[in-house]
Design a protein around this ligand. Structure first.
Ligand SMILES: NC(=O)c1ccc[n+]([C@@H]2O[C@H](COP(=O)([O-])OP(=O)(O)OC[C@H]3O[C@@H](n4cnc5c(N)ncnc54)[C@H](O)[C@@H]3O)[C@@H](O)[C@H]2O)c1
Length: 245
C-alpha cells in the first residue's frame, strides 16, 4: 500500500524538522516546505530520503496565497495526494505595543494566520474529494492567554484557534479532522534568541520545571495525524509542561 503523504510547512525549523523525522518514522512520505534551501536543510532531506520515504521539497512563502496554491498543486502532481497538512511555519516580531509598527503586526498575521488559511483552503479541496484528511495547526499557549510584547503573535495564534474550530465544523462531514497544538516554551531557533534571564523566568512558570523539546510537539502531531485520533476534531491540545493549567 502507498504511504500517506504529509505536507509540513517551515520544515527547516526546530519543530518542523522534528515533525518530519517523526512522521517518516510513522511511515509517511513527506512534502517539506521551505522558502530557500540552506545546507542544513539539504542534509535533512538527504537523511530522510530512502526507499521507505519519498521526500519532496516545495519552495514557497506561505504568506503568499499564490505560492500556497502552487505548492499544493506541486505535491498533488508529484505524490498524487495530501493526507496530512501541518501548518507549522511561523514568525515572531516581538515588541511592546507602543513600539510595534503596523508592518510588525501585519507580517505576523499574514504569515502565521493567513498562511495557514491559504494552505488549508487549497489542500482541503483535494481532501474533500477523497473524504479523508487531517489538518494540524501550530498555535501557541500565547494564543490562549496573551503575552506582553506579543500582541501580533498572540492575535495570530488566537485566530488560528478560531479557524481550527471553524474548519473542523465545516469539514467534519467529509471526514477531514482539524486540530491545533498549543506548544508552551520549546527549545528551537525561535526561542534561542531569548536571554538566559528571560528563559529562567519562563522556566519558573512551568510546573514540570523544564523547557520542552521539539520531539514533544512532534509526538502529538504524529498522534493527530494517525488512525488512533480518528474521533478527535476541533481541539486545541497544549504541549507545555503544565503552563496552561
Ligand atoms: N518554539 C516555541 O517555543 C514555540 C511555542 C509555541 C508555538 N510555536 C510555534 O511552532 C511553530 C514552529 O516554531 P519553531 O519554534 O520550530 O520556530 P523556527 O523559527 O525554528 O521555525 C519556523 C520555520 O518557519 C519558517 N517560516 C517562517 N516564515 C515562513 C514563510 N512565510 N513561509 C515559509 N516558511 C516560513 C522559518 O523559516 C522556520 O524554518 C511556529 O508556528 C511557532 O509559532 C513555537
Amino acid at each position: 500500500m502507498a504511504n500517506k503523504v504529509a505536507l509540513i510547512t517551515g520544515a527547516a525549523g526546530g519543530i518542523g524538522t522534528a515533525i518530519a523525522e517523526k512522521l517518516k518514522s510513522e511511515g509517511f512520505d513527506l512534502a517539506l516546505n521551505v522558502r530557500t534551501v540552506k545546507p542544513q536543510f539539504k542534509e535533512l532531506v538527504e537523511r530522510l530520503s530512502d526507499e521507505s520515504c519519498h521526500v519532496q521539497v516545495v519552495l514557497g512563502d506561505i504568506a503568499r496565497a499564490e505560492d500556497c496554491k502552487r505548492m499544493v498543486e506541486e505535491v498533488i502532481e508529484e505524490q498524487g495526494q495530501i493526507d496530512v497538512l501541518v501548518n507549522n511555519a511561523g514568525i515572531t516580531r516581538d515588541k511592546l505595543v507602543m513600539q510595534m509598527s503596523e508592518a510588525d503586526f501585519e507580517d505576523v498575521i499574514t504569515t502565521n494566520l493567513n498562511g495557514a488559511f491559504y494552505l488549508s483552503k487549497y489542500v482541503s479541496r483535494y481532501m474533500m474529494k477523497r473524504r479523508s484528511g487531517r489538518i494540524i495547526n501550530m498555535a501557541s499557549v500565547v494564543g490562549l492567554h496573551g503575552n506582553a510584547g506579543q500582541a501580533n503573535y498572540a492575535a495570530a495564534k488566537a485566530g488560528l484557534v478560531g479557524m481550527t474550530k471553524s474548519f473542523a465544523k465545516e469539514f467534519a462531514s467529509r471526514n477531514i479532522l482539524v486540530n491545533a497544538i498549543a506548544p508552551g516554551f520549546i527549545e528551537t531557533p525561535m526561542t534561542e534568541k531569548l536571554t538566559e534571564q528571560v528563559k529562567d523566568k519562563i522556566k519558573a512558570e512551568i510546573p514540570l520545571g523544564k523547557i520542552g523539546e521539539p520531539s514533544d510537539v512532534a509526538n502529538l502531531t504524529a498522534f493527530l495525524a494517525g488512525d488512533e485520533s480518528r474521533y478527535i476534531t476541533g481541539q486545541v491540545i497544549s504541549v507545555d509542561g503544565g503552563m496552561n493549567i
